[in-house]
Ligand binder design. Structure first.
Ligand code: GDP
Length: 306
């Protein structure tokens, strides 16, 4: 993913320019501080974190007697980085695993999230990154609800040059397809199996059953390395609600925030990490095959502040 670094810096700058516009005023009044907080709220940072940031920044500006815009900007940068939490481990577990009997197992990455958030696209982009790193990959089309979903995944697979395990039947058992994909990966000595799933949130109990079963049958073949929750950055509070539901039922280990190219609401990164207690690991910055990047807090904040 290293070659894709640098892309993140181009997303989300409207938030930063608004913040900096206020901070460059001569004397910051109560109204100015309110405006700053409001700007953070509008960017979906969340009320708790926004309040904490403003309070901490205010204190430091006062205690340090900082006046000039460049110094205030630096303090703001530090506060934003702290909020995004650079201490979290954002590496993706994609190394092959070893079974108890010493046999080699593929890494298994389960990708979950509501339909339309960008799951299939993310699986395709991730496969491309892994192939570029000379790793072998198999895709599992466990979104069997719509045949079009498997077709879309297969198209990505063909584009990237990896095989897609799928069912030809609409409504086939998604767990059976996931199992087949992981078994194929294991018997063929593949490095990474990426499993795409359906996400019909209308029926939470059904989704819970389905994901629970997928997890159970996969782990008969190989332990899960990652469960990535895909969230659409443009959906704000709705995305947070989704995160809550999937956090409860799916054992999420990392978040992929898609469509960050289409929003100034990058603050959702902060809100969703707090909600789930797991890091944003990857971000989607467009619809193309190269539009996936590792999430880097420093780079993200630098991008915000322009
Ligand atoms: P799924 O139903 O969750 O599998 O979602 P899809 O992968 O089919 O994506 C839904 C739509 O979002 C498609 O039109 C994608 O091209 C688009 N999409 C996915 N990721 C991104 C992204 O990072 N940026 C933008 N702008 N569009 C994206």
């Amino acid at each position: 993913l290293a070659r894709l670094r640098g892309r993140l810096a181009r997303s989300g700058s409207p938030l930063g320019s608004k913040l900096l516009a206020v901070l460059s005023r001569d004397h910051l009044t109560e109204d100015d501080w309110d405006e700053l907080e409001e700007t953070l709220l509008l960017a979906d940072v969340g009320a708790g974190p926004a309040g904490e940031l403003i309070e901490s920044l205010r204190t430091r500006v006062r205690v340090l007697g900082v006046r000039d815009p460049a110094s205030v900007r630096e303090l703001l940068r530090e506060e934003l980085v702290a909020l995004v939490d650079p201490s979290l481990d954002r590496s993706l577990a994609t190394a092959p695993q070893t079974a108890e009997d010493g046999t080699r197992l593929p890494a298994v990455v389960l990708v979950v999230g509501v339909n339309g958030t960008g799951k299939t696209t993310t699986v395709g982009k991730l496969a491309r990154v892994l192939v570029a790193e000379d790793r072998t990959v198999v895709l599992g089309a466990a979104d069997t609800f719509r045949a079009a979903a498997a077709d879309q995944l297969e198209t990505w697979g063909a584009r990237v040059g990896v095989r897609t395990v799928r069912s030809d039947r609409d409504g086939a058992d998604p767990a059976a397809v996931a199992f087949d994909a992981v078994r194929t990966g294991r018997t063929e000595g593949v490095d990474v199996v990426l499993v795409d799933t359906a996400g019909r949130l209308q029926n939470k109990a059904g989704l819970m059953d389905e994901l629970g079963k997928i997890r159970r049958v996969i782990t008969k073949e190989a332990p899960l390395s990652e469960v990535l929750l895909v969230l659409d950055a443009t959906t704000g509070q709705n995305g947070l609600n989704q995160a809550r539901v999937f956090g409860e039922i799916a054992g999420v280990t990392g978040i992929v925030l898609t469509k960050l190219d289409g929003t100034a609401k990058g603050g959702i990164v902060v809100a969703v990490q707090r909600e789930l207690g797991v890091p944003v690991k990857l971000v989607g910055l467009g619809e193309g095959p190269d539009d996936l990047a590792p999430f880097d807090p420093q780079e993200f904040v630098d991008g915000l502040l322009g």
